[in-house]
Design a protein around this ligand. Structure first.
Ligand code: AMP
Length: 221
């Protein structure tokens, strides 16, 4: 199965991708994760991407497309994948289509995780990640106990992503509205779009995604 998870920052793409990885045994390809990894390792690509990421802007298409081309060519992506955070604009979607056409492996579905702007803001500004166990929490929605206790150490060491700071969130949501939202129309026209209400608990949203992609998978050409 080859799917794209589309949605604003904070709509739950990362969380739902991880569930899909477990359910379908296909890899999650998150351009945000790949870029953060490159920044952490201080690679040349990471150094190039960092300023745009810190400002909540998109990294240039050539950099992201090079990264995606390389990732899609790895053996684990041959049986399918979940694209999380890519494509982010029309040129990226066009380039993806061309790449997949070349491989003879078209997309099966594009799932839009639909969520109100006010909730998105809380999800992003409240998001905290434990440096020790990697779990994701939220200062608005997690309990005090969840925020305190860490399975891998005496207590969580909660950090905030630099781009989850309030001033950057505004920019990221602006970029989504201007550049990513046109993909909804694009994939509607291609008859690939499935809309899922993302304002529910993880399990409910996951079940809705499964229903949305059921029957979408076609045999590889
Ligand atoms: P994410 O984790 O998907 O919210 O991505 C974090 C940041 O990485 C974004 O704000 C962008 O700066 C950059 N980024 C991730 N995916 C893309 C993409 N497909 N195109 C351009 N920039 C991206």
């Amino acid at each position: 199965m080859r799917i794209v998870l589309l949605g604003a920052p904070g709509s739950g793409k990362g969380t739902q991708s991880q569930r899909l990885v477990k359910a379908y045994g296909i890899p999650q390809i998150s351009t945000g994760d790949l870029l953060r990894e490159a920044v952490a390792k201080n690679t040349e690509l990471g150094r190039r991407a960092k300023a745009a990421m810190d400002a909540g802007k998109l990294v240039d298409d050539a950099t992201v497309l090079g990264m995606i081309r390389e990732r899609l060519s790895r053996p684990d992506a041959a049986t399918g994948f979940i694209l999380d955070g890519f494509p982010r604009n029309i040129p990226q979607a066009d380039a993806l289509e061309a790449m997949l056409r070349e491989l003879g492996t078209p997309l099966d579905a594009v799932v839009l995780l639909n969520l109100d702007l006010g909730i998105l803001f809380k999800r992003l500004s409240g998001r905290r990640i434990c440096e020790v166990c990697g779990q994701v929490f939220n200062t608005y929605f997690s309990t005090a106990q969840e925020l305190a206790h860490c399975a891998k150490g005496p207590e969580h060491k909660l950090i905030q992503r630099p781009d989850d700071k309030e001033d950057v969130i505004g920019k990221r949501l602006e970029v989504y509205e201007a550049q990513t939202k046109p993909l909804i129309q694009h994939y509607t026209e291609l008859k690939l779009l499935r809309v899922v209400d993302a304002d529910a608990d993880v399990e409910t949203v996951f079940n809705a995604i499964q229903r949305a992609v059921q029957g979408a998978s076609k045999p590889s050409a």
